[in-house]
Ligand binder design. Structure first.
Ligand SMILES: CN(C)CCCNS(=O)(=O)c1cccc(Nc2nc(OCC3CCCCC3)c3[nH]cnc3n2)c1
Length: 279
């Protein structure tokens, strides 16, 4: 029996994403806390609704310690709204962590950076393993606001799938798309997007975690593309190890084929600092 909205109590609105509103809710039966994401499908064509169903089915299949867990969905036909109920991550998002460190002028410790790198590599390996019938599941929207921390400080990759839904240029998504800081050279030059593009975005995210601002910034998309295609990146602070610098350099290789694959990267990361997942 599909669950109903009345089984949940709304605690607070956490924020609004490219898909709609995200709220913190608690299940009345056991007070367990979740988030739900409200996706309005009123303006969608039959085709777009089909895509939405496909994406939610994809979300349901991904079960991994470092991917935010999908729990349930509720369809409210009266308001043409789909509610996707997911695991609540108490630690908030990485964007807020970076903002805090920038304001406090303090660097993120290397062990935390390595933990985020390691756990996101494990999450991306799982995503790339999956196929939704035809093509590979790529994240496409890896950015600090889409990476969450649980109560034990473990990293959880969130909100993908929703990213792909909105890649079919839905109107709402267009209004939310900010500057694509993490867009890879091949995507700017409209070449094929594949796993290596997710690794480029991971490189941007880890670089930002070390420097507290995006590796490539510009006032508009054209200027950003020029910088990304030129491929010059400032080094991370000397506080961090040469190993970490070289892993980031390899992820930010302009030519996708020069970026190592996930297995190679995991070997290099597991060779670094202390064990990653907090038991
Ligand atoms: C320790 N403190 C410093 C941190 C306090 C932190 N607590 S907090 O304020 O409730 C808080 C803040 C941000 C996130 C979360 N947890 C969370 N957020 C999601 O999405 C956020 C949404 C994404 C799109 C854009 C709008 C926001 C999730 N999606 C699936 N699971 C999720 N979990 C909790």
């Amino acid at each position: 029996n599909s669950s109903k909205l009345s089984e949940y109590e709304i605690l607070e609105t956490i924020g609004t994403g490219s898909f709609g509103t995200c709220k913190k809710v608690s299940r009345k039966s056991d007070r367990k806390v979740f988030v739900w994401k409200e996706v309005g499908y009123g303006g969608m064509s039959e085709k777009e609704k089909q895509l939405l169903v496909q994406e939610v089915n994809l979300l349901r299949e991904l079960r991994h310690p470092h991917i935010v867990r999908y729990h349930d969905r509720i369809i409210d036909r009266e308001n043409c709204t789909l509610y996707i109920i997911m695991e609540f991550c108490e630690g908030g998002d990485l964007g807020s962590v970076i903002k805090k460190h920038r304001e406090e002028k303090s660097l993120v410790g290397e062990s935390m950076v390595v933990k985020v790198l390691h756990q996101l590599l494990l999450a991306l390996r799982e995503c790339h393993k999956k196929r939704d019938g035809v093509h590979k599941v790529l994240h496409r929207d890896l950015k600090p606001a889409n990476v969450f921390l649980d109560s034990r400080g473990n990293v959880k990759l969130g909100d993908f799938g929703l990213a792909r839904i909105l890649h079919h240029n839905f109107s709402l998504a267009q209004t939310f798309i900010g500057t694509p800081y993490y867009m890879s050279p091949e995507v700017f030059s409209e070449k094929a997007y594949d796993e290596k593009s997710d690794l480029w975005s991971l490189g941007c995210l880890i670089h930002e975690l070390c420097t507290l601002s995006p590796p490539f910034t510009a006032r508009d998309q054209q200027a950003l593309a020029a910088k990304v295609l030129q491929g010059k990146v400032r080094r991370i602070p000397h506080y961090y190890s040469a190993n970490l610098q070289s892993i980031i350099d390899s992820l930010l290789a302009t030519e996708p084929s020069r970026r190592p694959d996930i297995a190679t990267l995991l070997g290099r990361v597991e060779g670094l600092g202390p064990p990653a997942t907090t038991p």
